[in-house]
Design a protein around this ligand. Structure first.
Ligand code: TYM
Length: 350
């Protein structure tokens, strides 16, 4: 089985999809479809790693799964050309995760900073699933033997773990892999993170040192993809800034977290480098810059919000996209899983 270039990425259906998800991930998902076969997954198995009270229960999970699917489509991903599906419909993700649980080392998982952040002080009470989260994520990617993974910067460490797991599997089973595939190439590719653009880490609008996140209690900290034009305008106008005018060069942003964040957002929405935005707005006051940013954000995001609203009202259509995507995903995943069973030594029906 030769390795071919393939893109995989996932988004959790935990509500409040925001500008960080859009600029850090979805924009790149859309771009990559011009050059690659892409698989985009709503990772519902990951969503339930936090307490039920946090992910909201079955109705909320169904609603959020459809909302993320709608966001994929509304952002411009073509569900006919690419694969869009929800993770729990393809059992091979969980099946490969078990094999990887026996490849990954406890020491590797103990280093995961996101677990430490999410588990907080009450670590004894965190679910095993939350701890094991990055192993399932490695399975998501590798069950399709994907080579490229577009994500925001916060997922970098998880991607490194996926590479370590792929490498260790390839080493542990090298002889069996050679016999199976009649080649000296490793069975799993080492997936590469694709972390590109001026907004790989979008920060809170209230505090430039904190990541924009779905769990921030203040709704003013983030622009939600479902926000209407008034909400977008209000949030940008209230966004924290500093008293200085904008600099004309990027190094002038180094110690100005909030200014840096707003310029990054502008650049990403305009699909231009930050330097170009600064040559346009260098010396300007924030009030003027913010008005331009409101216009740009509303122009780019309102059509997406409207399309999401239209699509989420049609649950039958969204569910049919997921079912069709899952069938196509399963065809690839089952082939990988069958090879993995041969490689590991599990007897199975062929
Ligand atoms: P999730 O659902 O938290 O976020 C989805 C994507 O949005 C990016 N992102 C951001 N980018 C820039 N600035 C921000 N403030 C910001 N917040 C979120 C995330 O980096 C991500 O790309 N573990 C993943 C989901 C996942 C996955 C996978 C991703 C499961 N399996 C396999 C890739 C491959 C997550 O929790 O993303």
């Amino acid at each position: 089985m030769a390795i071919i270039e393939r893109v995989f990425s996932g988004v959790q259906p935990t509500g409040n999809l925001h500008l960080g998800n859009y600029l850090g991930a979805l924009v790149n998902f859309v771009k990559l479809q011009a050059t690659h076969n892409c698989i985009y997954c709503v990772v519902d198995l990951h969503a339930i790693t936090v307490p039920v009270s946090v992910w909201g229960g079955p109705d909320e999970l169904r609603r959020n799964t459809r909302e993320v699917t709608a966001a994929f489509i509304a952002s411009g991903i073509d569900p006919k050309k690419q694969i869009i599906f929800n993770q729990s419909q393809v059992a091979e993700h969980a099946e490969l995760a078990w094999v990887f649980n026996c490849v990954a080392r406890l020491g590797w998982l103990n280093r995961m900073t996101q677990f430490k952040e999410k588990a907080g002080k009450d670590r004894e009470n965190a679910s095993i699933g939350l701890y094991d989260y990055p192993v399932l994520m490695a399975s998501d990617i590798l069950v399709y033997r994907a080579t490229h993974v577009p994500v925001g910067e916060d997922q970098k460490q998880h991607l490194e773990l996926a590479r370590d797991i792929a490498q260790k599997f390839n080493n542990d089973f090298s002889e069996s892999i050679a016999a199976h595939s009649k080649s000296s190439e490793g069975f799993f590719p080492l997936p590469e993170p694709v972390i590109t653009g001026p907004a790989t880490r979008v920060m809170s609008l209230r505090d430039g040192t904190k990541k924009m996140s779905k769990s921030d209690p203040s709704d003013y900290s983030r622009i939600n993809l479902t926000d209407d034009a008034d909400a977008i305008a209000q949030k940008i106008r209230k966004a924290k800034t500093d008293p200085e005018p904008l600099p004309s060069e990027e190094k002038g942003l180094e110690t100005r977290a909030e200014a840096d964040n707003l310029v990054g957002i502008y650049a990403a929405l305009a699909d231009k480098p930050k330097s170009e935005i600064l040559s346009e707005f260098g010396g300007a006051q924030f009030s003027g810059f913010k008005s331009n940013l409101v216009d740009l954000a509303v122009a780019k995001l309102s059509p997406i919000a409207a399309e999401m609203k239209r699509l989420t009202a049609d649950a039958a259509y969204v569910d049919s996209v997921l079912a069709d995507g899952a069938a196509r995903a399963r065809a690839v995943a089952s082939e990988t899983m069958s090879a993995v069973k041969d490689i590991v030594g599990f007897i199975h029906r062929k």
